[in-house]
Design a protein around this ligand. Structure first.
Ligand code: ZN
Ligand code: ZN
Length: 347
């Protein structure tokens, strides 16, 4: 009896601690003296001009050539997903890049939806898509809400967001601070801005806007004007984390203290070369595994690789290194999920 009482006391103290972490350490997002958003570690390095300029030339050259090693794609006509929307077996489906369709706790939602052929402001140029989206937009089940991590073109794809809003005016769009105007200017009304540490309810789940170590820019002169974030969706049956785009940072442990453990954490594993340019704002596969362990995730799902021509590493390297790193860590081989594009898996 005594040990049971002390366990309850410990659990109570732990819950108080978790609330304190949630309230004080996850938000609000820091700003600099000009009101622009920043990271807790300050300004990130993006490499010297001597690294960045040849990188952009290689991306232009990449528009004209194929690269081997893109992920496999399997057909998915969405029929199971539409039927499952009424029952909600917890599933995750990789549409491609950072776009996931998740069903849990009787809600259906999308992360960073992009169906466009290029991740850029114009359809005829910019990083090209290697693999078609895993499910067509018209085959999707009804979408309760969408979370968007930041305004880079491979994550905030206006044609996809507009198509989703037109398809169902009841779909809610959650974006980090100072991103909502862009959606409203494009006719999307049902949009809500959130700061790090804020929470909204959708039916049976809570949607948490959370820190990430990244940056924002969509045009000239708008760097760091809009916030970036990661997201968690928590319900009584499942707890899901979506990292968006991020470098490795101590925030993963704080997020786990407040909201962990997670049944599934989606973590970016690609766009890490050239290292001098990417290392502070993108995870490499080994760091993604370390983040999953920090987050106390039972399984980590690899995203943000193999879909668009965004970076220099060979396309087949991220999933191989991710599996190898997981095998050598507490996550284990079974905890490292690499799906085919179009594949749905129960979690
Ligand atoms: Zn980004
Ligand atoms: Zn990205």
């Amino acid at each position: 009896m005594k040990s049971r009482t002390s366990a309850c006391t410990l659990a109570f103290l732990a819950s108080l601690f978790a609330l304190e972490v949630a309230a004080s350490d996850l938000g609000p997002a820091p700003r600099d003296d000009k009101g622009r958003f920043t990271n807790p570690v300050g300004e990130l390095t993006h490499g010297s001009i001597g690294v960045r300029f040849p990188f952009f030339l290689r991306r232009i050259a990449g528009s004209f050539r194929d690269r081997p090693g893109a992920p496999e794609r399997i057909p998915n006509d969405g029929s199971f997903l539409r039927e499952n929307a009424g029952h909600s077996v917890p599933t995750v489906t990789w549409i491609g890049h950072a776009t996931l369709l998740v069903q849990m706790d009787h809600v259906t939602f999308l992360t960073d939806p992009i169906w466009s052929d290029t991740a850029s402001p114009v359809s005829f140029a910019g990083p090209r898509r290697f693999v078609e989206p895993g499910v067509a937009i018209e085959d999707l089940p009804a979408i309760d809400f969408v979370v968007v991590s930041h305004n880079h073109y491979d994550h905030l794809d206006l044609p996809s967001l507009v198509a989703l809003a037109r398809r169902d005016p009841d779909t809610r769009f959650f974006v980090p601070l100072s991103n909502a105007d862009l959606l409203r200017e494009n006719g999307i009304e049902n949009v809500e801005e959130m700061d790090w540490g804020e929470v909204r309810s959708v039916q049976n789940v809570s949607v948490h806007c959370l820190p990430a170590q990244h940056w924002s820019q969509r045009g000239i002169g708008d760097r760091h004007r809009a916030l970036w974030s990661s997201w968690a969706v928590t319900g009584s049956e499942r707890r899901f984390y979506f990292a968006g785009d991020t470098g490795y940072f101590e925030g993963f442990e704080r997020i786990a203290q407040a909201l962990g453990p997670f049944d599934l954490a989606a973590l970016p594993i690609g766009a890490y070369e050239p290292v001098a340019m990417m290392k502070e704002s993108h995870l490499n596969p080994e760091e993604a595994v370390r983040a999953a362990v920090d987050l106390r995730a039972q399984r980590a799902l690899a995203i943000h690789f193999g879909t668009f021509d965004l970076s220099d590493e060979p396309l087949e390297d991220p999933p191989r290194r991710f599996r190898d790193a997981a095998r050598a860590s507490d996550l284990g081989a079974d905890g490292a999920w690499v799906l085919r594009i179009g594949e749905s898996r129960e979690f």
